[in-house]
Design a protein around this ligand. Structure first.
Ligand code: 0RA
Length: 683
């Protein structure tokens, strides 16, 4: 789960960081950067030789201006200049190689992160064209690498990615790289060209004869642009595995020379293998996933589904290989078709009794694992993180393709249909029983009780937009937090020990858990399909504040899973945060400094050069006194909060089901793979 934390750090935009010592320096650095960029522009405009005199033509000037814009406003092209943006550079190159695979010309991609953080992507596709491009005096390679949106000249892609951050083009990768080297194998020759910050270093050269075709691109992300140039092994591996699942047969080899690790992703079964992979910790109801695939109106629809003996729904959707975490029209179409086809075939086969009123969407999705992938000509991405598919025509297309596919399948495999219907009926009965129990128990449960739980130390302000709720692990840290807080707008809810494993529980059982009931009452949102309403939320900042040790990480994962499963709108509304308590305090004489990461600790120690210092490792929040906790973690002026995205939470959910699932082997492997990070957390 250290992995989770790293991801978070990369993902969320920090709120204010004021007190951290390096920030004035950082500010200076940024200032320098800006003036630096300005100076350069000024230089280019300096009187003297004009661009034309120097041998540039109008096209060259356009090129320089285009890439200069990318360097000046990188976020406009890649979204962020933190680790997320960094990863986008790699994904852009990989996506281009995947396009070759989708066109049927490439079946292998090698990705290597080198020790100096530069990255190489090699594919065995056709190779970027190297001939002179019509209307220019340059090889196509150079145009592709130095011109914004040059892709249009080739129009290799049937399924363009627009609106999102993908598909920005190789020239953006080039512009944001300190250096880039392209090697093209094509027409019997190796061709090489190098670039510096988006500008060609020299003309493309032939460098010997070769057999076969392909492209090799090595780039060094620019330290002047990115906050960090070190890619996260886990995040990259996760994405490459996803791409391999989505592109059946494609071999992706991933080498990280920094850690001397290699992974190979190759799935002949594509989406079927993806679904089996997700269910690897669970007991499936039938061995082989149901698979549907069809192209209609230029839209490719692909779906694999398998039920398991648990209660959760795990549906992953993709549009043009982009993970649509926020769902969209393809998901809506799929859900409608699933409910309709199961109900129809259940009725047709007399599987519903007279008294049964029909299965609801919730009933047919209990214990469902599915992956839905669509490819469409011009996707529109919406939503907070631009991961929601908006094209309205897709709903009907997916719905009809899936409906027909499932009907065909049920026609051929009645035993599988029967098992699904049995499972859905069990879900329907449990839901009905829970509803009755709830009606009976109304007023008795914390759920409907307007009284706030006794453990909650509420704030005096009642305007949700100004209020914060800290969910704190353990009574002792809870006590410190209560003393530390600003009671006007900060509320504290201490949770005792481990909360319930929601992976294994239905709603009725969840409501018997005192900790969760206290949380529901404090949130004010209600709970469950009919009662939950994010508009009732009493705090617009809900902050998970857990210890920086294994237990703390575990509880955070559990809470993220709970929110992901049962309070999802709290996440999509942007109300859920993770607090960032410091890992270390370094005291030298009267001076006290905090370090929030291992890297920061190194820096602080270096800056104290020679001075005697004392190092304290905070294992738990309880080790800080109220003043320290306020100053480092709770004071809005000084703290760093990480906003949780749906992607973070769904990742936590995945990690969690792995850790809590019944299967021992995948769990053992996971713990082994991450043993080092876990140890780091618990020194
Ligand atoms: C433009 C046109 C063609 C291929 C490519 C670009 C291409 C780009 C990348 C980036 C990484 N690997 C790549 N492989 C190919 C089509 C070439 C043709 O028609 O022969």
């Amino acid at each position: 789960m250290a992995l989770k934390k790293k991801k978070n750090e990369a993902k969320a935009a920090p709120a204010k960081k004021v007190s951290k010592k390096p920030s004035p320096k950082k500010a200076k650095r940024t200032a320098k950067k800006t003036t630096g960029a300005k100076a350069k522009t000024a230089e280019a405009k300096k009187p003297g030789k004009t661009a034309v005199e120097k041998g540039y033509d109008a096209d060259d000037i356009k090129v320089l201006k285009g890439l200069e814009a990318v360097r000046r406003r990188p976020a406009m092209y890649i979204g962020f200049t933190d680790q997320r943006g960094l990863h986008h550079l790699l994904y852009e190159v990989v996506d281009n190689a995947v396009d070759e695979a989708l066109a049927g010309y490439c079946d292998r991609i090698d990705v290597v992160i080198h020790e100096d953080n530069s990255v190489t992507v090699i594919d065995d596709g056709r190779g970027i064209p190297v001939g002179k491009l019509k209307g220019t005096r340059k090889p196509a390679l150079e145009v592709v690498m130095t011109t914004l949106h040059a892709g249009g000249k080739f129009d290799r892609k049937a399924y363009k990615v627009s609106g999102g951050l993908h598909g920005v083009g190789l020239s953006v990768v080039n512009a944001l790289s300190e250096w880039l080297r392209a090697e093209i194998y094509r027409g019997g020759y190796k061709h090489v060209q190098e670039f510096l910050r988006g500008k060609r270093k020299a003309a493309m050269k032939k460098a010997g004869r070769v057999k076969g075709t392909g492209t090799k691109i090595t780039f060094m992300p620019d330290k002047k642009v990115f906050e960090t140039v070190s890619m996260d092994n886990d995040v990259v591996a996760h994405r490459l595995r996803e791409i391999a699942f989505l592109t059946a047969g494609l071999k992706i080899n991933f080498t990280d020379e920094r850690t001397d690790t290699k992974e190979a992703f190759h799935y002949r079964g594509g989406l079927e293998a993806f679904v089996k992979h997700i269910n690897r910790t669970r007991q499936p109801l039938f061995a082989r996933p149901i698979y549907v695939s069809k192209t209609r109106d230029d839209v490719i629809v692909e779906l694999a589904i398998q039920y398991h003996d648990g209660f959760n729904e795990s549906v992953f959707t993709f549009a043009n290989n982009i993970n649509t975490h926020e769902g969209g029209t393809h998901l809506t179409g799929f859900r409608a078709a699933l409910t309709r086809s199961i109900n129809e075939y259940a009725t047709k086969n007399n599987l519903l009794k007279n008294g049964d009123v029909g299965l609801t969407g919730d009933d047919v999705r209990e214990g469902l694992t599915a992956v839905l992938s669509v490819k469409l000509p011009s996707p529109q991405f919406e939503g907070q993180t631009k991961t929601k598919l908006g094209n309205s025509e897709i709903k009907g297309i997916v719905s009809s393709v899936v409906y027909e596919g499932l009907c065909d399948f049920f026609e051929q495999k009645p035993p599988v249909l029967r098992r699904i219907v049995q499972k859905s009926l069990a879900a329907a009965r449990a839901r009905e029983a829970a509803r009755k129990a709830k009606d009976l128990a109304r007023r008795k449960t914390a759920l409907d009780n307007p009284d706030l739980p006794g453990k909650l130390a509420d704030c005096s302000n009642t305007d949700p937009t100004e209020c914060e709720l800290f969910i704190v692990e353990g009574n002792s840290a809870g006590g410190t937090a209560k003393q530390a807080r600003d009671r006007a707008f900060q509320a504290i809810l201490p949770l005792r020990g481990k909360i319930l494993n929601v992976e294994k529980a239905r709603a009725d059982k969840i409501l018997q858990n005192a900790e969760i009931c206290a949380l529901i009452a404090a949130l004010g949102t209600g709970f469950g399909r009919e009662d939950f309403d994010v508009n009732g939320v009493r705090y617009h900042k809900i902050i998970l504040m857990t210890d920086a040790d294994v237990d703390g990480a575990h509880i955070r994962t559990l809470l993220l899973t709970l929110f992901f499963r049962h309070f999802q709108d709290v996440i999509t509304s942007g109300y859920l945060y993770v607090a960032q308590p410091p890992l270390y305090m370094v005291s030298a004489g009267k001076e006290q400094r905090y370090a929030y990461t291992e890297a920061e600790l190194k820096k602080v120690v270096k800056e104290l050069d020679g001075k005697k210092y004392k190092l304290q490792r905070y294992k738990g929040l309880g080790e800080m006194n109220p003043g320290q906790l306020w100053e480092t973690t709770m004071d809005p002026e000084n703290r760093t909060l990480l906003r949780v995205t749906l992607e973070d939470a769904s990742y936590a959910d995945e990690v969690f089901s792995l850790l809590m699932g019944g299967e021992v082997e995948p769990r053992r492997k996971f713990i082994e793979d991450h043993a080092k990070e876990v140890r780091n957390l618990d020194v």
